[in-house]
Design a protein around this ligand. Sequence first.
Ligand code: ATP
Ligand code: MG
Length: 558
Amino acid sequence: MSTAASPSKDFIREIIDQDLTTGKHDGTVTRFPPEPNGYLHIGHAKSICLNFGIAQEYGGRCHLRFDDTNPTKEDVEYVDSIKEDIHWLGFDWGDHLYFASDYFDKLYEWALHLIKEGKAYVDDQSSEEMRAGRGDLQTPGTDSPFRDRPVEENLDLFQRMKEGEFEDGSRVLRARIDMAHPNLNMRDPVLYRIVDAVHHRTGDAWKIYPMYDFTHGQSDALEYVTHSLCTLEFENHRPLYDWFLDNLPVPSRPRQIEFSRLNLNYTVMSKRKLLQLVTDGYVSGWDDPRMPTISGIRRRGYPAEAIRSFCKTIGITKFKSTNDIALLESSVREVLNRDAKRYMAVLDPIKVVITNYPVDQVEEFDAVINPEDPELGTRKVPFSRELYIERADFMEDPPKKFFRLAPGKEVRFRCAYFIRCDEVIKDDDGEILELRCTFDPETRGGENPPDGRKVKATIHWVSAPHALDAEVRLYDRLFATEDPDGGDGDFLDHLNPDSLEIISNAKLEPNLASAETGETVQFERLGYFAVDPDSKEDGIVFNRTVGLRDSWAKAKGK
Ligand code: ATP
Ligand code: MG
């Protein structure tokens, strides 16, 4: 258990420290409370790192509780994916897995309690009538004609709502607080509604379902949560949650603290919009590597550690802000630079024939697996007479500053030899078919020759007869504008038409045959790439995770 003061502590951890020092609590219990109505996204990761992180740091515990009060939108598929994603992020709830639906009996009992106290009533108004009666920030609301129903009548009607006697939407149970309250959430909020749907856990046992607001705070209280951490939009729900805690025989009194949510530029984060991208086919699924979902970024090759360190970097505050996605990408690069094994791969191949190299000869050169981790040693890379290089590493008619391969020019082929281009072979349309080159045996292993000759550029290559064929999926931002949610237009208008480019004939160093699904490697000089689950025995598929540098900012002239 660590409560030592640290200069980088956020305001929430400071409150927790204080509560432990004053003895208000002798332990810390937090929770992460997703609604199982979609996949988790990077915004949820901020809340997960906060809640589970606090439990780890303070030797407390963090519950995973599904707030499953809306049977029409929820599904076990979402429950399962959420659990998988939290585990992947590196956190665990231990024995503390809960569902708000476990508390339906208790919540029903507490609704009866409020009715008996004269603090809740059944309202027969239509939803339009209720909306009209609610008033607005300038105008107080008006009392429902059903507000003064006798307790007995309320008990009878609520019981019959539960038994399924009335149609969906025909009646609700409302708290009886104050229709003129300056906070709209306090103007007799709905506690229960009739929903004719099958719930993924309770089946058809219930015909009425508690509202999120009537469930959330009491669930925290039932679980003895000490600090209920939530995002700023719940700040003006807090008086209502407190009203429930004041008026119900709850076993504990959690303290709610709000922090600002994570927003990222070039990204939409609302689950409703992400669902729309999936169902309307703009992406291949919730785990499309362009999605900001945890499953998408995992498939793209982002390491969990990079997500955690990003969340740490942005910190926890109460200020609304939008973070730059480049910051997330740089966290990803930092971890991958340290961990990813290096390989050579050619994405846009052009053939090179070394005319003075024996036809059947193959040599193996040693190449460093990861310069950041020398203990991993070296790998053997085959070299032969026919090779592939990147089309962009050759220019027939180069400008002065181009130091890579060109007719009459010499470059170093990484770890192999100095190679000079002698001749360009083209087809009838002028397309380059191959480059005829010669090698200098004195430069074996890529060493400078005894005559002191130097070259300015080193390029990567793959031996043609040994190359593995691969599909490589190059991703760019899913949205072309910084704030796809801003303005009056539809967020879909901001989709980037070039967010996916598929390369079907990439040539890889043969060592990549052993790369495993989910592994992220570096293709030297090109970036980081992750093996996609679509890979088959006879064809490996890579996703570009991120480039080596932030080329986007440069390309867009920022
Ligand atoms: P969305 O608005 O994307 O639909 P939500 O808030 O309805 O998300 P929940 O399943 O209720 O999704 O979220 C679970 C927890 O994650 C909540 O405590 C919520 O405050 C938190 N959370 C959701 N989005 C973000 C975000 N962008 N930044 C930080 N925390 C978030
Ligand atoms: Mg929510």
